[in-house]
Design a protein around this ligand. Sequence first.
Ligand SMILES: Nc1ncnc2c1ncn2[C@@H]1O[C@H](COP(=O)(O)OP(=O)(O)OP(=O)(O)O)[C@@H](O)[C@H]1O
Length: 241
Amino acid sequence: MKINNQRIQLQNIKKKFGNDNVLNSVNLTVNSGEIVGLIGPSGSGKSTTIKILLGMEKADEGEALILEKRMPNRKLLADIGYMAQSDALYESMTARENLRFFGYMKDVAKKELPKEIEYVAEVVDLTNYLDKKVSGYSGGMKRRLSLAIALLAKPKIIILDEPTVGIDPALRLKIWKELAKLRDEGRSILVTTHVMSEAELTDRVALLFEGKIIAFDKPKKLEDEYKVNNIEEVFLKVEGE
Ligand SMILES: Nc1ncnc2c1ncn2[C@@H]1O[C@H](COP(=O)(O)OP(=O)(O)OP(=O)(O)O)[C@@H](O)[C@H]1O
């Protein structure tokens, strides 16, 4: 029997908006117990890739699968923690009320919920602000709350679109450490970023440029292959070829 370790699969994804080829044969996989980074400059197609994966946009060609199923699929909702690029929060409610609401949506058992909320709030350093209304939150705090919501219910699949934008370096590091821990527990994490230094923290990194994956491998392997010291230099080198 073939054991499929690939929890996320994007095969030959093509997408046009009008006459613009936004994605051109994108192939990407995320295994269990793996953090994959999708990295590329603004407008390279990162969010579009994620939206196609989640069934929020339709690909013109190709196949996008999560746990071998095409999205949207209601049955998979509790298995997926998704953090979008823009926050979708209830501003008139407190952070705790937001977390409670999304916890119910994800079918977290009522008696588990307080513990879950405590854990995700701790990861993003919001423990002391849980009872404050979201309307009074700063932009960075809203990002952190969105990330906390994505981590609720310990989903098998975690998909984060630019999770660390507006988050200061110390907390950024803490969040990456937590992602590594979740990875070690067997979860599959796909994270987009345009911060090249964050690529070093992933297990495999896909470099997206003008809708094409121009390289996809372990960061260290890419650096060795291109004889450079970091992913930014790999990017510049591949891009120049
Ligand atoms: N709904 C849409 N209609 C038309 N064009 C779109 C639409 N969504 C995205 N695009 C275009 O597709 C391209 C890729 O956008 P996308 O948001 O996927 O890039 P990105 O890599 O996520 O960028 P950023 O880091 O700035 O968010 C851009 O040129 C964008 O203008």
